[in-house]
Design a protein around this ligand. Structure first.
Ligand code: PGA
Length: 265
């Protein structure tokens, strides 16, 4: 069973995607630790590529920053060449695994069913599944945003009990905002986060909906982090490109903490 997340808010995480060698990861985390002072920055996590997870774990030893992974296979072991299982990630001290990211859905053809099985595997082995949902620009233009995110959420969580949903983290990541520099406005994000929270209430319970963390991701930068994370239903941010330098990541974490999260605890 995954230990519950600490009640700290905001949660600010970064996925490095397919970036940073082991040497670069080591330098990043050392810099991150230098920059992290006693200021309240909420809960911070880093999702390196598989090859750098142990380096990140070792460099983070003794700090409050958590780490995780960017993918997992649904089976615990077996003849699945090239895949990595949840027990392997748990052994490396991973606390999160990001699932349902649009790059996995679109570039690697992961289906809702694949994602649901991965979510279940993560939960079985004490990892918090960080489930990403989000619409494309075309789906938004057609007025399908709620329909799309609802479909993704229901499919990924199909069959889960309220206690399992409570151990999950959600991220609203509009596909059109990822890596484009064009973030959702706080109002656009607020609308979808509110909708998702309502769904959590229906699928789990009102209490779970209140405590579940829903992060926003998609072109979060130092200059928009505060405005996005001060929205009441946005519990933090998931950052890609702007956090590929430790300085950028920490700036975003501090701006989020000063404007948004701390008052929401
Ligand atoms: P981005 O990526 O910050 O580079 O837009 C976000 C993500 O993919 O989670």
């Amino acid at each position: 069973m995954s230990p519950p997340l600490s009640p700290q808010r905001p949660i600010i995480g970064t996925s490095w995607k397919m970036n940073l060698t082991r040497g670069e990861a080591r330098a990043y985390v050392r810099r991150l630790r230098e920059l992290l002072d006693d200021d309240h920055v909420g809960l911070v996590f880093v999702l390196p590529p598989f090859t750098a997870i142990d380096v990140v774990r070792d460099e983070l030893a003794g700090s409050a920053v958590l780490h995780g992974a960017q993918n997992v296979h649904h089976a615990d072991l077996g003849a699945h060449t090239g895949e990595v299982s949840a027990p392997m990630l748990a052994e490396l001290g991973c606390r999160f695994v990001i699932l349902g990211h649009s790059e996995r859905r679109h570039l690697f053809r992961e289906t809702d069913d694949d994602i649901a099985r991965k979510v279940a595997a993560a939960l079985r082995h004490g990892l918090h599944p960080l489930l990403c949902v989000g619409e494309t620009a075309e789906e938004r233009r057609q007025g399908l945003t709620f329909t799309v995110v609802e479909g993704q959420l229901r499919a990924a969580w199909a069959g889960l009990g309220a206690d399992e949903i409570a151990r999950s983290v959600l991220a609203y990541e509009p596909v059109w905002a990822i890596g484009t520099g064009l973030n959702a406005t706080p109002a656009q994000a607020a609308e979808v986060h509110g909708y998702l929270r309502g769904l959590v209430s229906e699928l789990a319970s009102k209490e779970t909906a209140q405590s579940l963390r829903i992060l926003y991701g998609g072109s979060v930068k130092p200059d928009n982090a505060a405005a996005l994370t001060q929205v009441p239903d946005i519990d933090g941010a998931l950052v890609g490109g702007a956090a590929l330098q430790a300085q950028g990541f920490i700036t975003i974490a501090k701006k989020s903490a000063s404007r948004g999260g701390s008052s929401k605890e």
